[in-house]
Ligand binder design. Sequence first.
Ligand code: UTP
Length: 400
Amino acid sequence: MLEARGQAHLLRWWDELDAAARARLLEQIASVDWDTVALWNAPPVFSARGAVAPLPVLPRTEIEARRAAFMQAGRAAVHAGKVAAVLLAGGQGTRLGAHGPKGAVDIGITRSVSIFGRLMENLKEAACLCDVVIPLYIMTSEENDAATHAFFEENAYFGYPQQAVRFFRQQMGPCVDLQGKVLLEAKDRLAISPNGNGGWYTSLERAGLAREAESQGVEWFNVFAVDNVLQRMCDPLFVGATLLSGCATGAKVVRKACPEERVGVLCLENGLPTVIEYYDLSEELAQLRDERGELVYSGGVILNYLFRADALKAIASVRLPVHVVKKKVPYLDESGVLRDPAQENAYKFETLILDMIRCAGSCLPFEVVREHEFAPVKNRTGTDSVESARKLLQKNGVEL
Ligand code: UTP
């Protein structure tokens, strides 16, 4: 099989391996999804787009006008235990270059303030507002699972009831070199990386936690990224607006600051809600303005989504598109030496949560105030860095 797929090099050191190492390697090879690996040189997922149209954003003015009704519906749902929080923390944070989980990064100045700590403060606020302990599911990866657990232990779960916090691991996938050959990171081990945030629900199911949540009455999952330190989860206003809209999903969006801003835009494609990544949106659509001079495609997603539990079952049965991402991956060279490349030398395969929105069929784009809810930490310096996030936190009165 490996020969037929051009991957026989994976057995290069077979003769040197003892029985246990051979068994480990074979088990790992058997778990590879080879159809996905074969996509390494396929054209980009969205090389051909359908008919794109705007999806109107629920604007702040309307949200404020209907605040009381949204709050009432949202608080009642959260209070009744119908909403769970899902923290996506399985990413590698390669751009930030931090060792260990991204959530453990200290963004404090005069005191220690971790990203996880900030998020837990916001979760506690929502829990307090709705007078309930909100269940929290944290997705980790094989790489950072132990360290994430340990961090929560060391910090006494940031004062949140420990029994309400559950961890689950996402799946991993192999990395290939720029010729499509699967890389090894040891003689008996493939180089693997987390398979993207689109697998969160299948991983939650595999861990038995989706069923557990539903048996406890959870009807909605509020899924959010670890790396927005102003992230507001289980926010009753958002929950209420989504519930009352009748949509199967909701997405918090910010008004794009400029046509070039690097955020995905929520719109319609062939009549279905779709997030188009900034690099896939044509220049013409990115620049398009309405009669008031506002950007038509303006709803930028910030990775904070609500999913209705019944819609997730249908989504889980669909095969999401696979995105091929270039990255730097340490690998064993032909002489058996571990190399840490200076340049991107590999592809990894990811499915993305934003593609789940399309499968759900309906989505409410809910506008949030950027300065209050969007402070991403992606890069070491400059835009979306610890430095820029600190400034935004301080503007929001957070002492660092
Ligand atoms: P990013 O797309 O920014 O990826 O993740 P990343 O791996 O954290 O960072 P880079 O690209 O290597 O610099 C957005 C969110 O999705 C989560 C991340 O933890 C973050 O909350 N994520 C990403 C996962 O949980 N699993 C993945 O496989 C990828």
